[in-house]
Write a protein that binds this ligand. Structure first.
Ligand code: PMP
Length: 330
């Protein structure tokens, strides 16, 4: 029998799959690691487990406690899932620009949400940083994970994502590529792969054009979940050998191609990471093995990247499209 005891036992051990179409002209093998196959739909299930385990161990989270975090996205889902299974409550603070679908995912898992205005400065008492700090102080038994500085984020990738890649490629991986948000994925996975290979694996970060990791100031970009306007504690700049900046247009065009040509429906930060990987792989020999981590699935972006009207409204007109019925009739 092959039965998981609880949904949490299905976190991690995500598969690697080879790319065939978007890699045309590249001799190296390019493999993608599908983090959307985690139960909560993203790589953030890994950090949620490790962060909650550690808080239980060091007594910061006690039975019946409440997790408070400013997050609208994948980290919220991961925390809500693990918290629910372990009997904790969750309160997530999110800005009002966050769409209804994203709010409903969090409440579906049993989390409470507090919505704050988007158009206030970070130090305003109404901002989502201020409100989450206040709730963490005032709710008895509250624990604030703070994914941007919690060392258990990178550690979860050091202990799971890195070893899985090494094991599943039979120690043949030569390059690892991941987008950088909090920096946890690249720091933890990259550190493990450098150590286990005696520094033979090259670590490459992918970053939206304008973000600090590739020398920007935090200029706005549309790809979600990656890039920052500050340097988080979860990121160790000594781990990546190189950072490649990718435009929104290139990220979104590749995100569309992955769905259309490879059958892989993922988010915009995945498209961004694949663009960076293909640039890095361009001149590599045939025995190179490039592993690219794809953080989440595409269902959360159907109204944006996969919506022609939204794409056109931002001037991304060259996104590849499927065949029209008229094409097929000719
Ligand atoms: N892509 C998406 C969609 C994300 O939610 C995140 C997490 N912020 C990342 C990429 C980047 O991962 P990390 O925070 O580990 O750098």
């Amino acid at each position: 029998m092959k039965i998981a005891d609880t949904i949490l036992d299905l976190i991690g051990n995500t598969p690697l799959v080879k790319l065939h179409k978007v890699t045309e002209g590249v001799s190296a093998t390019v493999l993608v690691k599908l983090e959307y196959l985690n139960p909560g739909g993203s790589a953030k299930d890994r950090i949620a487990t490790r962060i909650i385990d550690a808080a239980e161990r060091d007594g910061r989270l006690k039975p019946g406690g409440t997790i408070v975090e400013p997050t609208s996205g994948n980290t919220g889902v991961g925390l809500a899932l693990v918290a629910q299974q372990r009997g904790y409550k969750c309160v997530f603070v999110l800005p009002d620009k966050v769409g209804e679908d994203k709010r409903n995912v969090l409440t579906a898992y049993g989390a409470e949400i507090v919505v704050t205005p988007t158009s206030v400065a970070p130090d305003d008492p109404e901002s989502y940083y201020s409100v989450s700090d206040r709730l963490a102080r005032e709710i008895p038994g509250a624990f604030k994970p703070n994914q941007y500085s919690n060392p258990n984020g990178p550690l979860s990738h050091y202990e799971s994502t890195g070893p899985e890649i090494w094991r599943d490629t039979d120690a043949t991986v030569t390059h690892f590529v991941a987008g950088v948000g909090t920096g946890g994925t690249i720091t933890g996975t990259g550190r493990y792969l450098r150590e286990v290979s005696n520094d033979a694996v090259r670590i490459i970060g992918a970053d939206p054009e304008g973000s600090v990791y590739s020398g920007g100031t935090g200029r706005p970009y549309l790809v979600e979940g990656v890039g920052e306007d500050f340097w988080p504690g979860a990121y160790d700049p000594a781990v990546p050998h190189e950072i490649i900046a990718v435009s929104d247009a290139d990220s979104f065009a590749m995100t569309r191609r992955l769905a259309l040509e490879e059958g892989i429906l993922v988010g915009g930060s995945s498209g961004m990471a694949v663009v960076a990987a293909l640039r890095a792989a361009k001149d590599l020999p045939a025995d190179a093995v490039v592993v690219v981590l794809l953080p989440d699935g595409g269902r959360g972006y159907l109204g944006k990247i996969f919506n022609d009207g939204w794409m056109r409204s931002y001037g991304f007109s060259n996104a590849p499209a499927g065949h029209t019925v008229a094409d097929l009739l000719h």
